[in-house]
Design a protein around this ligand. Sequence first.
Ligand SMILES: NC(=O)c1ccc[n+]([C@@H]2O[C@H](COP(=O)([O-])OP(=O)(O)OC[C@H]3O[C@@H](n4cnc5c(N)ncnc54)[C@H](OP(=O)(O)O)[C@@H]3O)[C@@H](O)[C@H]2O)c1
Length: 262
Amino acid sequence: MGTALVTGATSGLGEEFCWQLAAARHDLVLVARHRDALDRMAERLRWVAGVRAEVVPADLARPEDVERVAVRLDAQRGDGTGLAPVGLLVNNAGFGLGRPFLEDSLGREQAALDVMVRAVMVLSHRAGRAMLARGSRGHGAILNVASVAADTGMGTYSAHKAWVRAFTEGLSVELAGSDVTATAVCPGLTRTGFHDAAGVDVSGTPGWAWCSAEQVVGSALDAVRRGRVLVTPTPLYKAAGRAARLAPRWAVRGAVRRLPHM
Ligand SMILES: NC(=O)c1ccc[n+]([C@@H]2O[C@H](COP(=O)([O-])OP(=O)(O)OC[C@H]3O[C@@H](n4cnc5c(N)ncnc54)[C@H](OP(=O)(O)O)[C@@H]3O)[C@@H](O)[C@H]2O)c1
């Protein structure tokens, strides 16, 4: 997979993706909004893991920033840019909204849609085309971070993650027969900065309900290496996802009413 580009690389799952990929000797391109955090992360990856690490500061809610990241994905060997081609795109950046749709501002809701849907679409399009152009059957992998929330009705966050999962399945069908793959990972509750950033109170959540970032990222990268299309890390959330798909929708909506807004 050579060089991997990870969005949301400065915290939580994105940071863990970088460390596990660096441990497997992948060079990295790190994307997030805050330049200082990106530079610190890149420096640690160079010194601790001995890999190359570039940074592309970008707010993925802004189309012009998404385009700058997309241009990095266009790079091919020998195209004169001197940039290493990206062999793995990890569309990971995202955030929770933490309040009901009608109580939220439309601006915040649109930013969430832009980061978790529009940017995923644009970057997958550019990376997919560049990867397919390599060799006779193409070469590369796209990994999109969805959520078990895709099976529930937890507001617009669920809708965005359901889009990511359906989109990835469609892309994998389109890529069948090539050496480019598409995978969606559907994590359950994972200990990261996500809930604090969204202002979601998870203090009442029991310890057994949490996954670690190491578990989620380990399962996701294993699925990419095996060319699997969908993966839900940990037995607890595999069972929860299956139950949500089999249960009557009124029962799922009833259960969701008791949960905090994501
Ligand atoms: N934690 C969970 O329980 C859980 C469960 C299922 C799925 N997920 C999904 O996992 C992914 C990673 O979340 P996490 O849990 O690791 O959260 P996190 O710790 O809050 O990390 C989010 C990352 O995304 C970046 N980011 C946020 N807004 C951005 C924007 N507008 N443009 C570019 N980068 C942006 C942040 O960096 P900057 O602030 O510097 O931009 C940060 O690096 C998300 O897609 C989330 O929906 C999380």
